[in-house]
Design a binder for this molecule. Structure first.
Ligand SMILES: NC(=O)C1=CN([C@@H]2O[C@H](COP(=O)(O)OP(=O)(O)OC[C@H]3O[C@@H](n4cnc5c(N)ncnc54)[C@H](O)[C@@H]3O)[C@@H](O)[C@H]2O)C=CC1
Ligand SMILES: O=C(O)C(=O)Cc1ccc(O)cc1
Length: 365
């Protein structure tokens, strides 16, 4: 029997989910977007198997409905959904960056016999729109699900089975905790990035050359200020209580920095940066915002070509790597090569491959 998946909102995230759902067996993916132009583009880019205009009719034959819409639009759709003639066992989910208000709607939907399981893939980019959609966007990223506490396990499992085709790591979290954690690592940083750009904009009126000097560091830290304003307006509105809390902590932190500068104590200022560097350097390498890597540490000697030698061995055995870097470890060795893999299996294969061909010491942290 064919499973009908209906994706509403075919931008970066909805389009990417639709592409990965197309890889699931016996599955037909339908798609709708509010903009006709996007519907046409999605059709020509084969983002879905079939583009539809009649949302209610398609929803009524869907086994899974996935919202890829901005979070305020999702709330509106969920309200309308209450009146639709849906299949009895339909699973409804979303991809939105906030979960608290959306899961309040899930409680209401349950009274209409509809199972809504909140979803949030922790990967994406500052890009938006259907043209940016990719089937592998979520590979290795965490994909958070926020089912209601007493949600039917079978439905959660069914959804997980479908999401397996995103190649993401599905984890279950509580919606309120979700909104707190994402405020810290995702939503608040977007406010900071936007505020730095505003500060530059004010400055450049007096000092026009400033913008020409906005090189590496400024561009890195403000990349996410180029994100979709409608999407971020919705996110910060829905998570504004958490964000007000983050803002208070940030203002305290800025006051701490101000005191450091007023006191001009060399050691404390250095310590401030040293602690930040250490915490930052210890973050896992990410493609998504919460991402675990499978690292292999190889103690390599100092001779030219040693790194390409190792990558060649891995390539010969068709073992893919997701990242490679050298960390300086001891004075008497060139360094430790840290190779990251998509999963523990690949890491194990790589360890065997390298130990067969070299006598380099290896360890897993
Ligand atoms: N951009 C990112 O990196 C990530 C975004 N998200 C979440 O995913 C959702 C989608 O975001 P993106 O794909 O980045 O945005 P996007 O702007 O690329 O796509 C949103 C799509 O929804 C359509 N749309 C807007 N209002 C609609 C409505 N009322 N009915 C039907 N379609 C409508 C738009 O035309 C657009 O095609 C948002 O809820 C966002 O919070 C989640 C993870 C990452
Ligand atoms: O571009 C980036 O780094 C992002 O911040 C992507 C992103 C945006 C929204 C989310 O809910 C999750 C990830």
């Amino acid at each position: 029997m064919t499973r009908n998946v209906f994706v509403i909102g075919l931008g970066l995230i909805g389009g990417s989910i639709a592409l990965s759902c197309q890889k699931a067996p016996n599955t037909k993916v339908f798609g709708y977007d509010i903009f006709e132009k996007t519907r046409e583009l999605a059709e020509s880019l084969n983002i879905v198997d079939e583009i539809v205009d009649d949302v209610i009719k398609t929803a009524s034959i869907a086994d899974v409905i996935i919202f890829g819409t901005p979070v305020n639009a999702t709330l509106e759709w969920l309200e309308r959904l209450k009146q639709w003639p849906l299949k009895k066992d339909v699973i409804v989910t979303d991809t939105g960056s906030t979960k608290g208000l959306i899961m309040e709607k899930a409680v209401e939907l349950r009274e209409y016999g509809i199972s809504f399981i909140g979803g949030h893939p922790m990967a994406g980019s500052h890009k938006s729109g259907v043209r940016a959609a990719k089937p592998h966007l979520f590979e290795n990223a965490y994909y958070m699900l926020t089912p209601l506490k007493d949600e039917d396990e079978q439905k959660v499992n069914e959804l997980e089975q479908l999401l397996k085709f995103t190649l993401a790591k599905v984890v279950k979290v509580d919606a309120i905790e979700h909104d707190h954690m994402t405020a810290v690592v995702s939503h608040f940083p977007h406010i900071v990035a936007a505020s730095l750009v505003h500060q530059l904009d004010i400055e450049q009126k007096q000092h026009p050359m400033t913008r020409l000097l906005a090189a590496g560091g400024f561009r890195d830290i403000t990349r996410i200020a180029s994100s979709n304003p409608i999407m971020w307006k919705d996110i910060v509105q829905q998570n504004r209580q958490e964000l007000i809390g983050q803002l208070d902590s940030w203002l305290n932190e800025m006051n701490r920095v101000k005191t450091l500068l007023l006191n001009n104590d060399e050691e404390s200022i250095e310590q401030y940066f040293a602690v930040a560097k250490q915490v930052r350097d210890e973050l896992p390498i990410t493609t998504g915002a919460f991402y675990t890597t499978y690292d292999l540490y190889v103690d390599i000697p100092d001779y030219p070509g040693v790194i390409s030698q190792i990558t060649r061995y891995l390539a010969e055995e068709k073992i893919s790597i997701t990242n490679i870097r050298v960390v300086e470890a001891r004075e008497d060795v060139f360094g430790i090569l840290v190779i990251s893999f998509q999963n523990a299996d690949d890491r194990e294969k790589a360890k065997n491959c390298i130990s067969k061909r070299t006598n380099f010491e290896m360890y897993i942290s």
